[in-house]
Design a protein around this ligand. Sequence first.
Ligand SMILES: Nc1ncnc2c1ncn2[C@@H]1O[C@H](COP(=O)(O)OP(=O)(O)O)[C@@H](O)[C@H]1O
Ligand SMILES: [Mg+2]
Length: 264
Amino acid sequence: MNDKDKKINDTKVVLSVKSISKNFGGLKALNNASFDIMSKSITALIGPNGAGKTTLFNIITGFFKSDSGKIILDGKDITNHPTHRLFANGLIRTFQIPASFYRMTVLDNLMAVPMNQSGENLFFSLIGSKKIKNEEKKIYEKSIEVLDFLEISHIAKKFAGELSGGQKKLLELGKVMMTDPKVVLLDEPGAGVNPTLMKKLTGFIKKLNKERGYTFCIIEHDMDLISTLCDPIIVMAEGTVLASGDIEKIRSNELVKEAYLGTR
Ligand SMILES: Nc1ncnc2c1ncn2[C@@H]1O[C@H](COP(=O)(O)OP(=O)(O)O)[C@@H](O)[C@H]1O
Ligand SMILES: [Mg+2]
């Protein structure tokens, strides 16, 4: 194996969730939840409704504060950091395109994604430096490349508000790609998506993972989807991690079966 292959195959813990707990009033939404996400993995986070999956995403991304525990991203403690800092640190989750962006074109939507660009900086804007021109050019070129990757170049000039549901999903993924994320969190990407579009989305997720080394953590219910896309699978129930491993291991786990049957 030469050095280049070695680098491609190397994986490490990129995101570490350590003993996170969260109460809402008297309700224990999370109770010492812990797991690691390996770089270049497509990890599934599954579990019955109310298991605490979305709450955990909200804590990882800084929307909610945890009561205790730590979140480590790439060796850095990011516990309870506000969302915009996580964004700059390379942790991102998809969001619906806000209505205020509907009157902007697809291309402008991509170009508006804040990267660590000095164009945002008033000082540089005032002096209109060459640096800004160069960065704008870079952002433009990157947007074009993202459109090409997602096979939506033909809708670059369309307003975001005119897109079909499927095209909107692809634009959301495109916005994620603009940030070169370390870890992409997806909360039920299959919800409200028809099977044809889902196939397309999973194709791009696989391609981003294989060709560009993207790491994904995906909350999903559809076991067919999970089994074709994800490895490993982490199972949560009642605010804590019950089991993790590949699909065979999870399917044969008695605790997991019980949790889904609601007999615990
Ligand atoms: N903002 C909130 N306020 C109060 N309770 C909440 C809030 N968010 C989630 N919960 C509760 O926390 C538990 C875990 O919810 P959630 O994280 O959405 O589970 P999952 O995504 O696994 O279905 C549930 O009992 C839910 O009702
Ligand atoms: Mg949820």
